[in-house]
Design a binder for this molecule. Structure first.
Ligand code: ADP
Length: 190
């Protein structure tokens, strides 16, 4: 089994590129953001707890997302691997992921990182707000807090995966097709 971490700041294009990656490498796409939004839409207890945190631009607790990922690992059959989109987002989550994957005798294959500058993050999210209607995209102060949270809690994962020799950085600036071809070129070598 392959375990790819699709990494990058909010608005880097992870969700946009995930579909093509899943098709080409026969992976199961697991987006913690999407999983949380479906919990909110279904009005579950977990969704209600997550809603306020997400709409303020904060992270939900590590245990919550770790539990969601573990249950997907256990219940997904007939795939060649997983594409983890938006997880891990903290060092604690990355350590939890290593433990989960180790249970099956495997390890994380690579961290594929889409990099874009902060100015472009805001521009892309402002554009997406008009298309997808996500509550956490609509308010500039919430977007600012997500960027701040990214730098404080998520960016340290770059060093974590570099130290493991698994960090593959892709320039996320360019057209959707250009970025996709860069990702494929990198992943074909893995
Ligand atoms: P984006 O990539 O634009 O930040 P996501 O859909 O990945 O959007 O995530 C939306 C929100 O869901 C995050 O801002 C955060 O509140 C919550 N979330 C998603 N993944 C995680 C995670 N791994 N840990 C904690 N919170 C998460």
């Amino acid at each position: 089994m392959k375990y790819y971490v699709l990494f990058g700041p909010p608005g880097a294009g992870k969700g946009t590129q995930a579909g093509a990656m899943v098709d080409r490498y026969h992976l199961c796409h697991l987006s913690t953001g999407e999983l949380l939004r479906s919990e909110i839409a279904a009005g579950t207890e977990l969704g209600m707890q997550a809603k306020a945190l997400i709409e303020a631009g904060n992270l939900v607790p590590d245990e919550v997302v770790e539990g969601m990922i573990e249950s997907k690992f256990l219940n997904t059959k007939n795939v060649e691997g997983f594409l983890l989109d938006g997880f891990p987002r903290t060092i604690a989550q990355a350590e939890a992921l290593d433990k989960l994957v180790a249970k099956t005798g495997e390890s994380v294959t690579a961290c594929v990182s889409l990099m874009i500058p902060d100015a472009l993050i805001q521009e892309r999210i402002a554009h997406r707000a008009n298309i997808e209607g996500r509550a956490d995209d609509a308010r500039p102060e919430v977007v600012q807090n997500r960027i701040k949270t990214y730098h404080a809690k998520t960016e340290p994962l770059i060093e974590f995966y570099k130290a493991a020799g698994k960090y593959k950085e892709i320039d996320g600036v360019g057209s959707i097709d250009e970025v996709r071809e860069r990702i494929f070129a990198e992943m074909d070598r893995l």
